[in-house]
Design a protein around this ligand. Structure first.
Ligand code: SAM
Length: 305
């Protein structure tokens, strides 16, 4: 029996129709992209368990890691390895299995396959061959960290930065200029280096969230400023251990900076001459001194009328 799957075009299922996918058939194979726990084995959906149980084959990043998950749920489905080093080759095999009517479940070690993990090549091969790909959503470290950040609005998922110093700093400089929070994955032994890079790239007041060991026993979620980050990492050796997500809060937009500049300027103008008020407001807010000076003159003129 194929794994749980809503009927396409069934209004009651509230499911979107995937126009690219071939018409469903009870005998057609499919690839199920199954999200698995980040650490806490209970963080798996009922649909994911049912899919893994009923699949003909589980393609796993590391079969030993997935064996623990399957055993925890009494699942005995056969596994094959599908990791970064054999992904292109195994993609063809999985596409052939799906073409032969098999239901294949794809999992990575933790979280959602294809997100900073193997999986994209396999999905692309199955889709290119015209077969159905069905996502079974669930845990993802980036979204889990974001949900606990309190940062609102757009975000940019960047995953792992390049490891070479120049490339990493250049990439980071471009990312932190985006009008969005930046979500990064990092290995624990590189957190001190990343902290130094963030401190060098961002204004001191920019907030940074560090989410360690999510869903696990030593889960810690902290928010510090870019200026405090290096000292925060150095203060406790545990902060260089475990898995972590770093989210750099969106910087002030030029519009927000200008609005803050004008607010501070009008306060200072009540006490100081225009040039002095503009100079101080620019130093406090980072807004343009010249623009503020022109605004100060205009405000003075309005008051005089
Ligand atoms: N596919 C996964 C997902 O959906 O999040 C990500 C896999 S990637 C190879 C592994 C990285 O994800 C880690 O280096 C870390 O940055 C992040 N990560 C995974 N599990 C985590 C956890 N429990 N707590 C914090 N970060 C985690």
């Amino acid at each position: 029996m194929p794994p749980a799957r809503h009927q396409k075009n069934d209004p009651a299922s509230q499911e979107q129709v995937n126009d690219d996918a071939p018409a469903p058939s009870p005998t057609a194979g499919a690839l199920y992209v199954v999200a698995t726990p980040l650490g806490n084995l209970s963080d798996i959906t009922l649909r994911a368990i049912e899919t893994l149980r009923q699949a003909d084959l589980v393609a796993a990043e590391d079969t030993r890691v997935t064996a623990t998950l399957l055993a925890a749920h009494g699942i005995t489905t056969r596994m094959i390895a599908a990791h970064a080093h054999n992904e292109a080759r195994v993609a063809e095999r999985i596409a052939a299995e799906v073409a032969g009517g098999k239901q294949v479940a794809l999992v990575s070690d933790a979280g959602t396959p294809g997100v900073s993990d193997p999986g994209a090549k396999i999905v692309a091969a199955v889709r290119a061959a015209g077969h159905t790909v069905i996502p079974i959503p669930g845990p993802n470290a980036a979204i889990t960290a974001l949900s606990a950040s309190g940062f609102e609005g757009a975000f940019h998922f960047a995953g792992f930065l390049p490891t070479k110093t120049t490339a990493r700093r250049e990439t980071l400089a471009a990312l932190v200029a985006l009008p969005a929070h930046v979500v990064l994955y990092e290995a624990p032994h590189r957190i001190a280096t990343l902290a130094a890079d963030i401190a060098a790239t961002c204004e001191d007041s920019r907030r940074v969230l560090i989410a360690r060991e999510l869903t696990k026993r030593f889960e810690t979620i902290a928010t510090v400023t870019a200026g405090e980050l290096c000292a925060w990492v150095a203060a406790d050796p545990n902060r260089e251990r475990g898995e972590l997500v770093v989210i750099i809060e969106r910087g002030a937009t030029p519009e927000a900076g200008a609005a803050e500049g004008e607010r501070v300027l009008s306060l200072l103008l009540a006490e100081l001459p225009a040039a002095r008020a503009a100079k101080l407001a620019a130093a406090i807010t980072g807004a343009s001194r010249e623009v503020l000076y022109q605004q100060a003159l205009a405000l003075r003129q309005q008051k005089a009328v």
